[in-house]
Design a protein around this ligand. Sequence first.
Ligand SMILES: Nc1nc2c(ncn2[C@@H]2O[C@H](COP(=O)(O)OP(=O)(O)OP(=O)(O)O)[C@@H](O)[C@H]2O)c(=O)[nH]1
Ligand SMILES: [K+]
Ligand SMILES: [Mg+2]
Length: 369
Amino acid sequence: MTTVQKIKEVEDEMARTQKNKATSYHLGQLKAKLAKLRRELIGPSGSGGGGGGGLGFDVARTGIASVGFVGFPSVGKSTLMSKLTGTHSEASEIDFTTLTTVPGTLKVHGAPIQILDLPGIIEGANDGRGRGRQVIAVARTCNLIFIVLDVLKPLGDKTLIESELEGFGIRLNKKPPNVTVRKKERGGVAITNTVPLTDIDHDEIKAVLSEYKINNADVAIRQAGITADDLVDVIEGNRVYIPAIYVLNKIDAISIEELDLLYKIPMSVPVSSRDWLNIDELVEKMWDTLNLVRVYTKPRGLAPDYSSPVVLRRGKCTIEDFCNSIHKEIVKQMKYAVVWGASAKHSRGQKVGLDHVLEDEDVVHISKK
Ligand SMILES: Nc1nc2c(ncn2[C@@H]2O[C@H](COP(=O)(O)OP(=O)(O)OP(=O)(O)O)[C@@H](O)[C@H]2O)c(=O)[nH]1
Ligand SMILES: [K+]
Ligand SMILES: [Mg+2]
């Protein structure tokens, strides 16, 4: 039996099994089995993503953040990417027009963002069909994924694309589960939870662990609503958590009434790439979701340079990160920094050290020894 067939078998069995107290151990086992089979399918290089291991399409990565376009063929990915960036990517009504990654750059609020147009994927992409695996391997390395959907068939397509991405270890619009599994030498399995367990029970936890041959461990659950799938994710450990925006394209093809009826998909923006409708909202949503921090440099005695900000990612935006992103030597040469803006205590400028955390649109002067 091939891995794909085995996966199908486990999925069928899961669908047949009602979830209740008596079956939770069995279901836990099945979920862990499924995750292990999916890992087999992706292969050893699957978790690497990017260019390595023959997966992915090599492309020079520029800018602080990248946005990858994922969708079925002919939903309008290339039309949107060409117009956004000014880089030509062939578009036509014929499916699979785009055959490789086409990179372009879009400057948003002064920050250059790399935009990656990708080939269309088909159902079963993560089983190795078509170029889907390479496309998803690139998507795994992006800071944001645009899931591009055709408004005439958005819901079904959305579910299919999501399951392709999930099968490849990508978790969309989700934070890593607040669960730890600490293996030990003896003592069996000890479970502690700071919140009530609503979607998983002790039997299910033990079943998942035993499927991974973990017989001694401290399991700590500190988040409500944790499921067996979350626990499997924590044990597998190679998941990536990426924000996604659902781009509902071709709204020019439907009436205003139909547009109103478009159910509210969270994190979605309806647009028309062809007629350039509502693109501003899409770019703003992209900016907000990327959560970037722009920092302007101010040389001694001069006005700040607002034309080219140093762009940092939130969570990695201290004075030290700022210095390092300009030149590795600066940290050694710095005596102190002065900061103006939201992160500063007062408006006349605050003297700070390397560990000071910056805010978007701060101005920084580095004083050298
Ligand atoms: N009506 C309408 N048609 C669009 C829109 N955007 C793209 N199209 C058309 O849809 C077709 C496919 O567009 P592409 O940009 O090639 O789509 P793609 O998703 O890049 O396709 P692949 O590269 O083959 O996966 C073309 O005929 C476009 O002109 C839109 O907003 N409205
Ligand atoms: K096309
Ligand atoms: Mg294309």
